[in-house]
Write a protein that binds this ligand. Structure first.
Ligand SMILES: Cc1ncc(COP(=O)(O)O)c(C=O)c1O
Length: 360
């Protein structure tokens, strides 16, 4: 590897974060969400690291589930977005995938399968997010239709929260209430909690947790709570300084000349850019660490390079290590400077960034 842009992935941190999820609700089970290439961390490597202690994994779609099987993962895999065409149900049966069911027409698709299908279905309720799921008024009827089918072995009840990351937002309370009311007399396992609900809404824990983001050590909140501070960052996005120059006051740096020196300044150029997935809209002043010392971006992020202010770091130079986020610089803090969330910073890293694992 000559270009030093890379992501170090700490699999021990991911294991510790999974255990932290479990510890929030020891009586619950917890499936590990590894969709979108395990939020950029590498689905196969993450699933292999968690396999000895995780009962099942969650992904968005069947292609992601097949990738896990090809990586040797034997646990059931839940398709959170369900199947996109009826034919995929045949693969669910053959490969032991569980499917979310979000619309009534999908019950007919299951009814058309061979009777010995033995399918596990996660029946999704739209308890207020209005994205996917059966309306509360129709939920009981959908459950009854499903459980009457010989093709169905088990039904899990699920819903998803719109605002669980805001701990003072009573939308979550209303969603829990809507779910409880509509599922009141159904005897089946219940799964409601994503990361923010796992770490901050104990009343939502129920039978099966579905943590995603927290496994990777990023906080699901803008302001941490007592549990989220215990998360261990799993990904460090690193590169190094490849060139240094001095510029005079009033000279500017980079495309569109968005940063202008107020005094004589040292500018470092780092091998990292939006072609690697670092956000182009990270603004001037976005923090970075150079050999552990804090400084910031100076000039617009370009495709392959980022310029940073080294004026106050006289010992930094070509070859200095730059951390863009990770173990020593919070991905949540950096996300704020790019008007985004930690989910996108990690998920959008491109294939050009080698993932280097520790804790295998
Ligand atoms: C249905 C469902 N469950 C669980 C998760 C995991 O959420 P988080 O990454 O916030 O833990 C997601 C992620 O979007 C989801 O769509």
């Amino acid at each position: 590897m000559s270009r030093q842009a890379r992501a170090l992935i700490n699999l021990d941190a991911i294991r510790a974060n999974y255990r932290l999820a479990r510890a929030q609700s020891p009586q619950s089970r917890a499936i590990a969400i590894v969709k979108a290439n395990a939020y950029g961390h590498g689905a196969a490597a993450v699933a292999r690291a968690l396999a000895p202690e995780v009962e099942a994994f969650g992904v968005a779609c069947i292609e992601e589930a097949i990738e896990l099987r090809e990586a040797g993962i034997e646990q059931p895999v839940l398709l959170l977005e369900g199947v996109f065409e009826a034919q995929e149900l045949v693969q669910c049966i053959a490969l032991n995938f569980w499917t979310a069911l979000h619309s009534e027409f999908q019950i007919d698709q299951i009814a058309a399968l061979p009777e010995n299908a033995a399918l596990t279905v996660w029946l999704k309720m739209d308890s207020g997010m209005h994205r996917l799921g059966i309306a509360p008024n129709n939920y009981r009827a959908a459950y009854d239709r499903l459980t009457a089918l010989p093709q169905v072995k088990e039904v899990v009840l699920m819903s998803h929260f719109a605002c669980a990351d805001e701990l003072d937002n009573d939308t979550t309370v209303r969603q829990i209430e809507a779910f409880r009311k509509a599922a009141a007399d159904i005897e089946a396992p219940v799964s409601l909690s994503n990361s923010p609900a796992t770490l901050g809404w104990p009343e939502a824990h129920q039978d099966i947790l579905r943590p995603g983001l927290m496994l990777y050590g990023a906080s699901p909140y803008v302001c941490d709570n007592a549990e989220s501070v215990r998360l261990q960052p799993a990904m460090s996005l690193l590169s190094e300084v490849i060139a240094v120059r001095e510029i005079e006051a009033d000279e500017s740096v980079g495309y569109a000349a968005t940063w202008t020196a107020e005094k004589t300044s040292r500018i470092g150029t780092v091998a990292m850019g939006y072609g690697d997935g670092y956000p182009r809209h990270a603004r001037n002043g976005t923090p970075v660490l150079v050999d552990g010392h804090r400084t910031c971006i100076a000039g617009r992020v370009s495709m392959d390079m980022i310029t940073i202010d080294l004026t106050d770091l006289p010992n930094a130079g070509v070859g200095s290590t730059v951390e863009f986020f990770g173990e020593s610089l919070s991905v949540n803090e950096v996300a704020g400077y790019a008007d985004t969330i930690p989910y996108t910073l990690m998920t959008c890293l491109t294939g050009r960034i080698p993932r280097i694992y520790s804790g295998e």
